[in-house]
Design a protein around this ligand. Structure first.
Ligand SMILES: CSC[C@@H](O)[C@@H](O)C(=O)COP(=O)(O)O
Length: 352
């Protein structure tokens, strides 16, 4: 089994976070001791990727609430509600954040009248269970994707949907990492992923560490590689999937989906059920995070746009479900996803 990096880890007196902003130069870890520090780490993308954000926020609630242990029950409860609301303002698009915080809220409600120490223990148990659940989901997603990849050799991916964005195997990268353990070797092209280079910095780092054959290309090269027949399949992760199957993911994903359709290449979106937002009917209603212009004009130390020029920096785009060959979850594969296909995934059961 490959050794793997743990992006979010509960350490009793702090939450240990892999600082993904420092990669690939340095593998360093942050010690998070308050909700404010967790909020900042999520906002700055020290911890990133939809499932990892949800897990980090859940542990963020736990670490903050340890500080209120000696307060009155009323004060404790007020602080808990405030912390849950506050962490939900860190980033708007990845629905896993809200899904995880909703679960923490449910635990808090179920614990009415209990001692602070018991509420703390229940919150921690829930955060751990969210982490475990996402880990199991990643493995099942990988297994499901492997069934679609028989006879395929080269995979293009966009952004980073690996272990450091989730737990252990990742979503889009799960079949590649699982495959590696079983002696199945894929060749991966990683889109650089402007403006913050999650593909070049993170996917390349993670796959290289796992011994996977990975080649970085700039985002604008994908079309040419497809035309040359170098890409068998595209697999990407997702941040929020609407009830009709439209999927928000890192900016640039939509362009890759259009290119894949033109070239007749399967385009798979991989994600756990915690990334499906059945309350959002279509992709049009998905809130898209807009980030600071500095990420575009001065991303890595050098100004690349003249002073005074307008910059638009949406962090995500939406791929319409019509362009998705299949949506791959832990509960199965939805071919040509639409409202019916997404609803069938739940069939009376919500994401537990
Ligand atoms: C399994 S992670 C899936 C997505 O969260 C990922 O593809 C992505 O878009 C991450 O964006 P980021 O802004 O780096 O958090």
């Amino acid at each position: 089994m490959n050794s793997y990096i743990v992006p979010v880890e509960w350490k009793d007196t702090y939450v240990r976070l892999l600082d993904q902003t420092a990669l690939p130069e340095r593998e360093t870890y942050l010690e998070i001791r308050t909700a404010e520090e967790m909020w900042d780490a999520i906002k700055r993308l020290c911890v990133r990727g939809a499932p990892a954000i949800g897990i980090a926020a859940a542990y963020g609630v736990c670490i903050e609430m340890k500080r209120y242990m000696d307060r009155t029950e009323k004060e404790y409860r007020a602080a808990l509600e405030k912390t849950i609301r506050y962490l939900g303002t860190s980033r708007p698009t990845a629905v896993n954040l809200f899904w995880a915080l909703e679960k923490m809220k449910q635990v808090s409600e179920a614990c009415e009248g209990k001692r602070n120490a018991d509420v703390c223990a229940a919150l921690l148990a829930e955060a751990r269970s969210i982490e475990k659940r996402e880990e199991r989901a990643c493995i099942a997603i990988g297994e499901n994707l492997l069934t679609l990849l028989q006879g395929k050799k080269t995979i293009l991916t966009h952004c980073n949907a690996g272990g450091i964005a989730t737990v252990r195997y990742g979503t889009a990268l799960s079949p590649i990492l699982l495959g590696k353990e079983r002696g199945i070797d894929f060749k991966v092209y990683a889109d650089e992923t402007r403006p913050l280079l999650q593909g070049a910095r993170l996917t390349a780092w993670e796959l290289q560490k796992a011994g996977v054959d990975v080649t970085v290309i700039t985002d604008n090269m994908a079309g040419m590689l497809m035309a040359q027949g170098k890409i068998d399949t595209v697999i990407v992760g997702c941040d929020r999937v609407a009830a009709n199957g439209d999927a928000a993911n890192k900016i640039g994903t939509y362009s890759v989906a259009v290119l894949a359709r033109y070239h007749g290449i399967p385009f798979y979106v991989a994600g756990p059920l915690s990334t499906i937002d059945r309350r959002t009917p279509t992709g049009r209603e998905i809130p898209i995070e807009e980030r600071a212009p500095g990420e575009v004009v001065n991303g890595f130390g050098r100004r690349t746009v003249p002073e005074g020029v307008n910059v638009y920096n949406p962090a995500f785009d939406v791929t319409p479900h019509e362009l998705i060959t299949a949506f791959v979850t832990e509960r199965g594969i939805v071919e040509r996803p639409d409202e019916e296909g997404i609803a069938a995934l739940f069939a009376g059961r919500e994401a537990e």
